[in-house]
Ligand binder design. Structure first.
Ligand SMILES: *[C@@H]1O[C@H](CO)[C@@H](O)[C@H](O)[C@H]1NC(C)=O
Ligand SMILES: *[C@@H]1O[C@H](CO)[C@@H](O)[C@H](O)[C@H]1NC(C)=O
Ligand SMILES: *[C@@H]1O[C@H](CO)[C@@H](O)[C@H](O)[C@H]1NC(C)=O
Ligand SMILES: *[C@@H]1O[C@H](CO)[C@@H](O)[C@H](O)[C@H]1NC(C)=O
Length: 955
């Protein structure tokens, strides 16, 4: 009974509203008056702009509003990002304000700071019954409770977007219970919690479900997928899901799109999805799947067009003969596969490609195939745009197709073993090619001049081959968009300039490691170049002045040429310069004293003839707070160690080797706690080694910035995305450092792993500070060729990572601490040419490899490595002031021992002889006893002294 009056009241109310509508919602302004009023009201809260001039007119014409062309009712309202200024505070949105928009189908409230005022009466009414698409992305402070209430109000929606939300309190599929018609749900990049996926079976009506980047851990549920019979698209990209694909996936008989890239799924993907014949697009890149290269189990997937599975484990077909000549029902458009595992087994190139006609992209990386590059694919697949077969052991020559393919944009066959010449008709066959990459093959012969006819070529990468001859003058069309040209590490010769002149649009140029010769011309026009690498050639002459005008330059590598003269002051204009390597030339003078190069991080000027007082370089380098590497080694710098060194707190690498620096090593050096490589060798530094150097903790820059600058030890430069160039360009930094007594060159990543200090060949004196034992991370320490005195610190046994320790040519005395034998990684060790005494280290572990040369020229040192028995030196040790430098192994003074042993021996012998003479029972016992005494003495001394040369005493 109670419900009757309620309904009557409701009907009456509705009728009144209808009357109202007749009056208010007239079409005189082109849109319904009441909707216009409500929109104006909304405008007060949201910063959307019916500009004042149009305020009065047709609201259907307003920005963000869309009306039905016939009824002129608002059907779509886009309030995305209208209240995004968090400082304004939240907007208290009254949901009933939207009730007037009867025909509203699409509502976008995303990217706002909203507090929803949800009135209870709204819920019962048939409101928003036409609303189908609701965007609630990135609503600040949207919690689970509010969401539940909102979904009651907007229960008619069929498409719901809830991306980028942080639900305070995890949500569950229960919250969506009222949405009977929900067909599409996207929760991408929202924190849904690990349990959400477990209740997935509740979404029985869904056609599209997207849960990308939701940070979901765990495994997929095994059963519930059977409920999702209507699911057509499932996106689970970028989560932490693991385990295998559940068997019940096969019951999602409508599934067309499956996107599970970027998880940790495992198992054999081809068998797991063998029955899912409805699949059209399958993406599973960046997982741990096993992927049989033939995909024979997909033979009946007649609608499959996309297989995208890079970075998994590609395996040979378990049963190759069974599927040998199967004919696929699918026609692929995109195929992409790469292996994270290097298998020795050669794979056979999948047969099904013989039957493909629609390919637009084919990509294999790191799959071991045999034979020639399958360019026959071009014959059937005339729509091919991307052809990438990288690091797949292909051999032979490149056979271009017989007919031109104007669609091809990318051709990448790098890291194979392809021989022969680059076909000169490549410009005719692939006339619209944009990216050509043939890095690291065995290509020879000249660079075809016809590249100049490829009007779309943006990237030409031919490095690490055996290409010879000169660069063709017309390597690039005059109007060409060529942005990246890499010819490094070939056998190219001739003049580098003026070819460079014609390449006006280049951003990245790598000509390093060839035989280019000649001078750099005095004038060149402006350039867009960002990276210029012409190192390791035979260039002569002076550095050009024009370089200062190339203001986009971020990297200049000109090392290892024969360049001479001064570094021009024009370099100071390069305010964007990040890396400068001019090492290995004959440059003289000093570095221009400027403060404008604030981006500089990597400076390598070693092995030149730069001169002047090091202190003067402070202006340019100390004003730069982000310097990572400073290499001024092997020049003619002199003077004292400047104080400004301490201001380079971000420095990782400091190389001042081979100059004429004098004076003490200042304590300021201890402020540079991020140093990993310090080379001050071959100078005239004097005074003690500062003990505060132990403050240096060898945190590499990656660790300091928490991995934000996750570059290789070289650098990462952003490329020109707009031009389709490789967006990230890697450059390798290089450093020469002597470790393990070898001059070595360290590159890129390896550099980040090297931690070493070289103070050798100076005039340092005093004791070695025991604090240096704190350098538990150090790999290489060289203090040789100084005047260091005192003992080798026992604390050096803490240098657990050390591989090379050189203390030779000093005045060290005392014993070698026996604890050093704990240094398990030591490969090079020398204490030769000192005044050390006592025994050498036991020939155990690493120390079994060190021969005489490690110890020689220490007059009082003895031991097997020196072929000198310590017993002969016995008397010597008595005089030595053994302050604890060694001897931890139970060293006993042999002189004293021998005398007391002999006396006791004679006394006991006499005593026993007397007893034996008197008592025959004791006589028999004696023979057992004597055997025991000799054996136990023998073992006692062997165990305790552990010095094999003492055995002789007891035999
Ligand atoms: C309404 O008109 C616009 C252009 O006047 C047109 O683009 C749109 O498709 C039409 N919409 C309908 C539903 O007819
Ligand atoms: C698929 O669904 C059917 C019926 O709903 C069920 O009997 C079968 O066990 C399911 N298969 C799997 C692998 O879950
Ligand atoms: C392939 O697609 C067609 C058209 O959409 C559909 O009728 C057919 O059932 C699909 N095949 C499979 C195996 O799902
Ligand atoms: C693969 O080759 C490496 C050396 O090239 C060899 O040590 C290894 O045993 C081989 N593995 C297999 C599975 O054949």
């Amino acid at each position: 009974m109670g419900s009757m009056p309620k309904y009557m009241f409701l009907n009456m109310a509705m009728a009144l509203i209808s009357l109202q509508q007749l009056r208010l919602l007239c079409l005189c302004e082109g849109c319904w008056e009441q909707e216009r009023i409500s929109l104006l009201k909304l405008k007060a809260s949201f910063s959307f702009q019916p500009s004042s001039s149009v305020e009065g007119s047709d609201c259907c014409e307003w920005e963000l509003v869309e009306c039905n062309n016939i009824t002129r009712r608002v059907i779509s309202l886009d309030l995305n990002h209208r209240r995004n200024d968090w400082h304004l505070g939240p907007w208290y949105l009254n949901v009933s304000d939207f009730l007037v928009f009867d025909d509203l189908q699409i509502l976008d409230l995303s990217s706002n700071f909203i507090h929803f005022c949800l009135q209870n009466q709204v819920q019962g009414i048939q409101s928003f019954s036409n609303l189908q698409v609701l965007y609630l992305d990135e609503i600040r402070d949207l919690d689970r409770n509010t969401l539940q209430q909102l979904l009651k109000v907007f229960s008619s929606v069929t498409q719901l977007y809830l991306r980028y939300n942080k639900f305070n309190g995890m949500i569950s599929s229960e919250d969506f219970r009222d949405l009977d018609n929900l067909m599409k749900l996207s929760l991408d990049f929202s924190s849904v919690g690990d349990n959400f996926i477990q209740s997935i079976g509740a979404f029985t009506s869904l056609k599209i479900l997207s849960l990308c980047g939701c940070d979901i851990n765990g495994i997929l549920p095994y059963k519930d997928w059977s409920n999702l019979k209507y699911l057509e698209e499932l996106y689970l990209r970028h989560n932490n899901l693991s385990g295998t694909i559940p068997l019940s996936f096969v019951n999602m008989t409508s599934l067309r799109v499956l996107e599970i890239s970027g998880n940790k799924f495992s198992g054999n993907i081809a068998t797991a999805l063998a029955s899912l014949t409805s699949l059209e697009s399958l993406s599973f890149s960046y997982n741990q799947f096993q992927v049989p290269v033939s995909f024979a189990s997909f033979a009946n997937h007649s609608n499959l067009t996309v297989i995208d599975g890079i970075e998994n484990e590609v395996i040979p077909d378990p049963n190759p003969t069974q599927f040998h000549n199967w004919i696929p029902k699918f026609q692929l458009q995109v195929f992409s596969l790469s292996s994270t595992i290097n298998t020795n087994t050669t794979l056979s190139f999948p047969n099904f490609f013989l039957y493909q006609h629609n390919l637009t992209k084919i990509h294999f990386t790191n799959c071991k195939f045999q034979g020639e590059i399958p360019t026959w694919l071009f014959e059937n697949n005339t729509n091919l745009k991307y052809f990438k077969l990288k690091s797949c052991s292909f051999t032979g020559q490149i056979q271009l197709p017989s007919h031109p393919n104007p669609n091809l944009l990318q051709f990448d066959v790098s890291f194979n073993a392809i021989r022969g010449r680059i076909p000169s008709n490549i410009s005719l066959i692939f006339p619209n090619l944009q990216h050509l990459t043939m890095t690291r093959n065995e290509l020879g012969g000249p660079i075809p001049g016809s590249f100049g006819q490829m009007n779309s070529l943006m990237t030409l990468v031919l490095d690490h081959n055996y290409l010879s001859g000169e660069i063709p003058e017309n390597i690039s069309a005059s109007s060409s968009p060529l942005g990246l040209l890499d010819l490094s590490a070939n056998n190219l010769t001739g003049k580098l300039f003026p070819t460079l002149l014609t390449l006006s649009g280049l951003c990245y140029l790598y000509f390093d490691g060839n035989g280019f010769e000649g001078t750099i011309p005095k004038s060149l026009s402006n350039s867009s170049l960002q990276v210029l690498d012409i190192s390791r050639n035979q260039l002569v002459g002076e550095l050009p002045l024009w370089i200062g005008n190339w203001s986009n330059l971020q990297v200049i590598y000109m090392s290892d040429n024969h360049l001479e003269g001064f570094i021009p002051i024009e370099f100071c204009k390069l305010e964007n310069l990040v890396a400068l390597d001019l090492s290995g030339n004959n440059l003289s003078g000093s570095f221009p004293s400027c403060t404008s190069m604030t981006c500089l991080k990597y400076v390598h000027l070693g092995n030149n003839k730069l001169s002047g007082v090091l202190g003067r370089y402070g202006r340019v380098f100390s004003s730069n707070s982000s310097l990572v590497s400073l290499d001024l080694g092997d020049n003619d710098l002199n003077g004292r160690f400047p104080d400004w060194i301490g201001s380079l707190t971000t420095l990782n690498i400091l190389i001042l080797r081979g100059n004429g620096l004098m004076g003490r090593i200042p304590n300021q050096l201890c402020l540079m706690t991020g140093l990993t490589i310090i080379d001050l060798s071959h100078n005239s530094l004097s005074g003690p080694i500062p003990s505060c150097l132990s403050n240096i903790t060898f945190k590499t820059i990656e660790q300091q910035v928490g991995g934000i600058e996750n570059f290789t030890r070289g650098m990462r430069i952003r490329g020109h995305d707009s031009r389709g160039l490789n967006s990230l360009i890697y450059l390798q930094e290089q450093v020469d450092f002597t470790t393990k007594m070898l001059d070595q060159r360290f590159y890129g990543n390896v550099l980040a792993l090297l931690i070493g200090i070289d103070l050798s060949h100076n005039e340092l004196e005093g004791d070695i500070p025991p604090e240096l034992g704190n350098w538990t991370e150090i790999h290489s320490l060289n203090l040789s060729h100084n005047y260091l005195t005192g003992q080798i610190p026992v604390s050096f046994s803490n240098l657990r990572q050390i591989e090379s320790l050189d203390l030779s040519f000093n005045k060290l005395n005392g014993r070698i601490p026996s604890q050093l034998s704990q240094l398990n990684f030591l490969a090079v060790f020398s204490v030769a040419h000192n005044n050390l005494s006592g025994p050498t280290l036991d020939r155990e572990g690493q120390f079994s490899t060190f021969e005489e040369s490690s110890y020689e020229d220490n007059p009082f040192l003895c031991g097997p490595s020196l072929h000198k028995s310590c017993i002969i030196n016995g008397g010597q040790d008595e005089d030595d002031d053994d302050g604890g430098g060694g001897g931890g192994g139970g060293f006993i003074d042999m002189g004293v021992f021998n005398i007391t042993f002999a006396v006791s021996y004679i006394l006991i012998l006499l005593g026993i002889a007397a007893v034996l003479y008197i008592n025959p029972y004791w006589r028999r016992a004696w023979f057992y006893f004597i055997e025991f005494v000799i054996n136990s003495c023998y073992y006692f001394f062997v165990d305790n002294l552990n010095l094999s040369n003492y055995h002789v005493i007891f035999h």
